[in-house]
Each structure stands twice: as structure tokens, then as C-alpha cells.
Design a protein around this ligand. Structure first.
Ligand SMILES: Cc1cc2nc3c(=O)[nH]c(=O)nc-3n(C[C@H](O)[C@H](O)[C@H](O)COP(=O)(O)OP(=O)(O)OC[C@H]3O[C@@H](n4cnc5c(N)ncnc54)[C@H](O)[C@@H]3O)c2cc1C
Length: 460
């Protein structure tokens, strides 16, 4: 059980300015920012290599008014971005915290480009649900794995110490509650202590800890967890012991489009550009444009807890822009069908129902009005044969609740005071999605990882 040790005479194996716990996007961004300020930095990562949920992700970071947006002549503003986030979370997230994240992520993306040679492009082939502008930034490879690799390369160039296979078990504090280091354990059981003038918690949330999910997000306790297994909730558990303010622990990112049983993410761009989702009865059951996060719950509520994404050749090309999708094709998860009849035969969907579904979408497109779920279909994006389909299920991607921080990324206690020496960023921190799955706007995860990682590293 992660603990807090109180030790005034603390003889440590390593002495460093800044200890970063966790080597995902948040931790690596924080490490680079702290190093830029001349601090000696150690990143402790429990796994044998850097990965985290970051490497599993699509690596898309939302930001407004960046150099990359300007290069691509994309009109956007931080104000519009703020309005999009707040509309999605129904004004349930702390506006000040949201503004902080938005400010920081713009600085962070530009700084990573200019100072650390990490180039970004903005995806502009489709709009993500509820975003008013193209603002998803990606490294050229458009994968989270490449993002983490590029952050690691930048850290290696600066000779930042990265210690893998070091799981931090306990934080160490003085009698007057200042955090001064940590105790960790190696896979062979050897203990290792680190003394640090500041400690940054970048160890993400509690998605990989079934007990914490059962406690805080019971609706997803049976769902497949699709994030990194190293995210066991230490930040939350240490936070509880330190009497920290913990916010929106019921919030999370789900996803209603993971190929089943292959376990491969299928981009939601297909839905945004005309695709539909039907259940095993061949019926639509939702407005696919509301967002992929809440769609996880809706798909899990269907018979057999699955759905089929149906799309066409035009959308196939959009899908192929993503490595995950190409992997799904290689794994034969994508099923082609020349007609509605073949679709019904191959997917075992009642022909009459699936025909009626197609007919209904066409009627709605002709009317141009919102359908019974609130989605507006457009005639030019109506699906045309040949069709393609993939069976999907709903999953838990990551938790959005966590530690409250102030404008300097310092961890705040329930009484409003800050804990000296302790900073937090990324999934360890309360996000910008509010307390409900429907509050997650695409990119809210890496927004707090990159944006707050930058802030924590600067302030630590
Ligand atoms: C499939 C998938 C796709 C996604 N796509 C996107 C996307 O496109 N855009 C977006 O914004 N978000 C996306 N997300 C969410 C995003 O991946 C996360 O919000 C983000 O990566 C969090 O970054 P982080 O650095 O806080 O955590 P992580 O990247 O998970 O890093 C945390 C690290 O801390 C380590 N750690 C934990 N505890 C300890 C300990 N005690 N000691 C040492 N190390 C420890 C872990 O092993 C891990 O490596 C996606 C998530 C998934 C699962």
C-alpha cells in the first residue's frame, strides 16, 4: 500500500533537485521544463521502458493559437477552445483550472517545437466531436508511441536521468509536512531512496486499479480497461493520506469504439464523417456525434455489449490515416460488404432492420433536421456501397478525477493550503471534464499531461 513516511534525517541513495514520478507525456514534459531551468532531474518509471497510457494513445493534443495552427492558416482562439471544453462538461469543471490548462498547453506545444525540436502538425481532415476548430496536434507519425519516443529523445539530449524499473512506493515528508523525497523498489526487491527538493507526481490516475474503479466509477467496473496497467492510483492514495483536495473522482474517459475482440482503437473520425453505429439488432441507438467517451456506456448497454461501426470507402481512407486502423485491417477486424444484404449476412443483422436504418438516415438527410437522437445527417456524407464494418465494444481509457492543484501546479490540501515541495500534472491531477463521462472532450487527457507537465516543470 503506498504510504507517506515522516523522516527528518533522511539518508538517500540519490540526491537530486527534482524527482518526477512517472515517465508518460506529463512526466517527460515536466522533466524537460525543469531541466530547462537548470535543475537536475530524475524521472522514476515503474516499467522497464517509457510508455504509459501516452504510448497507447493516438497522441493527439488539443491546443489553440499555436505556431502549428498559424502555419496551417487555421482560425481558432483560446476563448473558443475554452467555450468548447465548458460546453462539453456542462460548466461542471472549474473554469479557472480549464483556463490554466489552455494557456499552458499552447506555450508547451510551441516550446517543444522551438526548444526541443519536436514538430507538430494539426489534423485537418475531420473535426473531433464538439470541437469548433481543427486543433488536434500530433507529431508527424500521428501516434502516442512516437510522441513519447520524441520526448524521450529530447530528454536524452539534455542528459536527463531516466530510471526505469523503479516503482515509487512511498513519499517522504518532514515533520512540518514538506515533501523531501521518496522510497522506491526495484523488480528484484531492492529498495532505493531519492532525496529531492521538489517532487512532481506524473503517475496518472487509477484506471488500472480495479478496487479504485469499483469505488469511484462502479459503472465501468466490468468494462475492459484500455489504458496502461502501471496507472495504479498512487497519486490518489498518497493524496488521501496527505489530506489533499480530490476532485471529480467519478469522471473518466470512456471510448465506444474499440474493435472486439481484437482490442484495437477505431478512430471516431469515421462516425463524425458519416459512419453509423448499430447494435446486433441492426438498429441505431444514439447520436454518434455527441462524443466517443459517453458512447462507451451506451455501447455497453446494448445486447452482448457490442455494436457495429458501419462506414464506406470514402471513410476507409480517413481510417487508414491512423496506424491503429491499419492494424485493425491487418487483423481482419474490418469486414467488407458490397451491399446492405451482404452486410446483413456477414454481420448476422436482421435484414429488415438494417435496411430500415439505412432508409431512415437517408430520409433524415433529405429533411436536414435533427433525427430522433439529435444527429443531423448530410446528403453528401450518406454511406454508399461498398460498405465496411467493424464490431466494437465500450472501454475505460483513463480516469479524469484527481488531485486539485493551484496556478503553480502545487498540490492543494482540503484546508486550501499547499503542500510544500509537491507538484502534480497529467492524469494525476483533476482534469477538465467534470464529474461525468459525458464531460470528456477529445484531447482532455493529453491537454493536462502536456500543459500541466510544462507548468509543473517550470514551477518545481
Ligand atoms: C487508447 C487510448 C487513446 C488515447 N488517445 C488520446 C488522445 O489522442 N488524446 C488525448 O488527449 N488523450 C488520449 N488518451 C488519454 C491519454 O493517453 C492520457 O490522458 C495521457 O497519456 C496521460 O498522460 P500521463 O503522463 O499523465 O500518464 P501516462 O502516460 O499513463 O504515464 C504515467 C506513467 O507513470 C508510471 N507510474 C505510475 N505509478 C508509478 C509509480 N508508483 N512509480 C513510478 N512510475 C509510476 C506509469 O507506469 C506510466 O508510465 C488516450 C488513452 C488511451 C488509453
Amino acid at each position: 500500500m503506498p504510504d507517506i513516511l515522516t523522516e527528518n534525517a533522511f539518508d538517500a541513495d540519490i540526491d537530486i533537485d527534482c524527482l518526477v514520478i512517472g515517465g508518460g507525456a506529463a512526466g517527460m514534459t515536466a522533466a524537460l521544463a525543469a531541466n530547462d531551468r537548470g535543475l537536475s532531474v530524475l524521472v522514476a518509471e515503474r516499467e522497464d521502458r517509457l510508455s504509459g497510457s501516452t504510448a497507447l494513445s493516438s497522441g493527439l493534443i488539443p491546443a489553440a493559437e499555436t505556431l502549428a495552427q498559424k502555419r496551417q492558416d487555421i482560425l481558432d482562439s483560446k476563448e473558443i477552445f475554452f467555450a468548447d471544453i465548458m460546453a462539453k462538461n456542462k460548466n461542471m469543471a472549474d473554469a479557472k483550472h480549464v483556463k490554466l490548462c489552455i494557456e499552458q498547453v499552447t506555450k508547451a506545444i510551441d516550446w517543444l517545437e522551438v526548444e526541443h525540436d519536436i514538430p507538430f502538425k494539426v489534423l485537418d481532415s475531420f473535426l473531433y466531436p464538439s470541437h469548433s476548430s481543427y486543433r488536434m496536434h500530433a507529431v508527424p507519425e500521428t501516434t502516442g508511441a512516437a510522441l513519447i519516443q520524441r520526448l524521450e529523445n529530447a530528454a536524452n539530449q539534455r542528459k536527463i536521468l531516466i530510471s526505469c524499473n523503479l516503482k515509487i512506493t512511498d513519499l517522504v515528508r518532514t515533520n512540518n509536512n514538506k515533501i523531501i523525497g521518496s522510497k522506491g523498489i526495484r523488480p528484484d526487491g531492492k529498495e532505493e531512496t531519492v532525496r529531492a527538493r521538489s517532487v512532481i507526481l506524473a503517475c496518472n490516475g487509477y484506471g488500472g486499479n480495479p478496487e479504485l474503479i469499483e469505488k469511484h466509477i462502479p459503472e465501468m467496473s466490468d468494462a475492459l480497461y484500455f489504458g496502461h496497467s502501471g496507472n495504479q492510483g498512487e497519486a490518489l492514495l498518497w493524496g488521501e493520506k496527505l489530506d489533499c483536495k480530490l476532485v471529480d473522482l467519478t469522471g473518466y474517459q470512456g471510448h465506444g469504439s474499440v474493435a472486439h475482440p481484437h482490442g484495437i482503437l477505431i478512430t471516431w473520425g469515421l462516425m463524425m464523417e458519416g459512419g453509423i453505429q448499430v447494435n446486433v439488432e441492426g438498429k441505431r441507438f444514439s447520436n454518434e456525434h455527441e462524443g466517443y467517451s459517453e458512447q462507451a456506456v451506451k455501447v455497453l448497454a446494448q445486447p452482448e455489449q457490442v455494436a457495429f461501426n458501419i462506414f464506406d470507402e470514402r471513410l476507409l481512407e480517413i481510417g487508414r490515416e491512423f496506424e491503429d486502423f491499419r492494424n485493425a485491417e491487418t487483423a481482419k477486424a474490418i469486414i467488407p460488404a458490397d451491399s446492405i444484404k451482404e452486410l446483413s449476412d456477414k454481420l448476422d443483422l436482421p435484414f429488415q432492420n438494417i435496411s430500415e436504418t439505412f432508409e431512415y438516415c437517408k430520409d433524415q438527410a433529405e429533411k436536414g433536421a435533427p433525427d430522433k437522437f439529435g444527429r443531423v445527417f448530410s446528403l453528401e456524407k450518406l454511406l454508399k456501397p461498398p460498405f465496411f464494418a467493424v464490431k466494437v465494444t465500450g472501454t475505460l481509457f483513463h480516469t479524469q478525477g484527481g488531485l486539485a492543484i493551484d496556478e503553480k501546479a502545487r498540490v492543494i490540501k482540503n484546508d486550501g493550503s499547499v503542500i510544500q515541495g509537491l507538484f502534480a500534472c497529467g492524469g494525476a491531477v483533476c482534469g477538465v471534464s467534470g464529474p461525468d463521462v459525458s464531460g470528456y472532450l477529445s484531447g482532455n487527457g493529453l491537454l493536462t499531461a502536456i500543459g500541466l507537465g510544462y507548468l509543473a516543470g517550470h514551477e518545481a
